[in-house]
Structure formats: C-alpha cells, structure tokens
Design a protein around this ligand. Sequence first.
Ligand SMILES: [Zn+2]
Length: 120
Amino acid sequence: MEIITRQANANRAAEHWALNYADDLGLSNDPFLIGPGEDTDSPAGIHKRLVALGPTPKPADIDNIIGNKSWTTGQLQCDECKRPAKATVEIGGQVHEDQQSSTLCVRCIRKALALLEATL
Ligand SMILES: [Zn+2]
C-alpha cells in the first residue's frame, strides 16, 4: 500500500525510467553512462538528466525533461470513480509494478469504509 502524489512520482521517476529502459538499451555494465557529445535525448541521456535533479525533483522539471506529464501524473486517477486526484493510494501491489493493484482516491476509500463498517 503506497500513497501516490505528483511529488512521489517525481521522486521515483529516475528509478522507474532506468527500470523501463534498461533492457531496451541492450548495453553492458552501465547502460546509463553517456559521454560528452552523445545524445542527451536518448534514454540514457534522459536518465542522466533525471538523476541530476536529485532525490526530490520538482515534478515540472521531470515533465520538461521527459516531454510530457505521464511520469508524474501516473496513477493519479481513481480506478473506482475514474476521476483525477491529487493523491491516491495503491492497494494490492507495489507502485507501478503490479497489474493486479487498484489505485483509489480518498472519496472512494471513505465510501468503501462506510460500506464495510455498515456490514460489521
Ligand atoms: Zn475515487
């Protein structure tokens, strides 16, 4: 069970980028090592720029490097009511790693709690 916010997504962006692109790069020991003059828009170059932002980057900086907001807004839509939310909780798995998990907003959590308590 994990809380998801734009900031939490931003904090994990470099790590998740590495996980997503490690295999695709097909390089050896350090697939994210790029030299001077190499393409900074390649997966390796983008990873290096994400890491350079530090452990708590501004979500907007992540968006600018990647070119869209999908990496900072991922899982900020409730699986129950389908509405966007500023914060959600993922239940049933690790963030971004378990297809069986559900992401719920506070309104739906409260509703579920009320329904559950009414049956006890
Ligand atoms: Zn909801």
